[in-house]
Design a protein around this ligand. Structure first.
Ligand code: NAD
Length: 295
């Protein structure tokens, strides 16, 4: 098989199920060597087996993305088996639980931020040197969400974490380009997976003391709405095909739900038009012709 992916190696976090598994399968079909990492060992064994049954030579590794040393281990294992690393897919993510700002459980926010944000940083930090070292270039694909492009009531932790992933990706795009590393961010709306059951993989270190837990009844309506939305989502296999198509044409923002354009355009319009207020301001309006300072 001859294409830009064939014979190259991808490390995918959260690859035991959902979007991660679909991406692993789609990239394996493109001829990539696949290294699957996940915190859920049983699911990982099963999904690794499913790809091997299709004839793909995949490596499965225990990986909790919140533990940097496990990222170092997976990169070492990938290099030992396949020689080089070309792609990291920072896919592992958790939904947290929706709730009012005044009810926020600090441990839940830390869990969401550690998995969804620090996990992405650690993945890039561990894999980028391995991609740079062979000089052949590669890919960093970060899985954010439409939730990273807009705030949603009762979902502050998830939206903030995904907005961070969008921002981190935008920062790395220019930084990694000179090394031939294409950096992109995937922003899906709903996809039919088990994201609404993320608590199944919540580590003990983020447990909430019983007396601090939000009353489950308060969360019920939000949880039911989230389940309904996820179950109405597109199949993960469709998303994976879309990602392959987008990577082939080096797209940087990868959308899977074109019908959500009105969400981002409404938000960007509001952000942009707020500058008109600043331009009219008696205090700062005179700065309009000043230079833009960046570093
Ligand atoms: N499903 C959706 O509607 C949707 C929409 C937008 C973005 N996303 C994002 O897609 C990504 C994949 O989610 P999904 O929908 O496939 O959910 P999922 O729950 O079906 O799969 C997530 C996978 O990540 C693994 N995981 C969880 N915590 C981990 C950790 N600490 N370390 C390593 N692996 C861990 C799980 O075991 C699971 O295999 C997430 O980043 C999610 O935020 C999902």
């Amino acid at each position: 098989m001859s294409n830009e992916f064939a014979g190259k190696t991808a490390i995918i976090s959260g690859a035991a199920g959902g979007i991660g598994f679909a991406l692993a399968e789609a990239l394996a079909k493109q001829g990539m060597n696949i290294v699957m990492g996940d915190i859920d060992n049983m699911a990982l064994t099963e999904s690794g087996g499913a790809l091997r049954e299709q004839g793909f030579d995949v490596l499965t590794c225990a990986l909790d993305v919140t533990d940097y040393s496990q990222w170092e281990d997976i990169v070492a294992s990938a290099k030992e088996k396949f020689g080089k690393v070309h792609m990291v897919v920072n896919n592992a993510g958790v939904g947290g639980s929706p709730g009012k700002v005044e009810d926020a459980e600090h441990e839940t926010w830390r869990w969401v931020m550690d998995v969804n944000v620090m996990g992405v940083l650690y993945g890039a930090q561990a894999c980028v040197p391995a991609i740079k070292e062979h000089g052949e270039g590669g890919w960093v694909l970060n899985v954010a969400s439409m939730a990273g492009m807009m705030g949603m009531p009762y979902a502050g932790a998830y939206c903030a974490s995904k907005a961070a992933v969008v921002s981190m990706t935008e920062s790395w795009m220019a930084e990694l380009k000179p090394f031939g590393i294409h950096t992109s961010v995937l922003c899906p709306a709903f996809v039919k997976t088990r994201i609404h059951e993320s608590y199944r993989n919540r580590q003990q270190k983020y447990a909430v003391a019983a007396e601090k837990r939000i009353d489950k009844e308060k969360l019920k309506a939000g949880a039911q709405a989230a389940t309904k939305a996820v179950e109405s989502g597109i199949p993960a296999t469709m998303l994976a095909e879309r990602v392959v198509e987008a990577l082939q044409s080096e797209q940087t923002y990868i959308y899977t739900h074109p019908n959500y354009r009105k969400v981002t355009s409404g938000r960007f319009k509001a952000i942009d038009s707020a500058f008109e207020d600043a331009e009219q301001s008696a205090v700062v309006g005179h700065l309009i012709n000043d230079e833009i300072v960046t570093f």
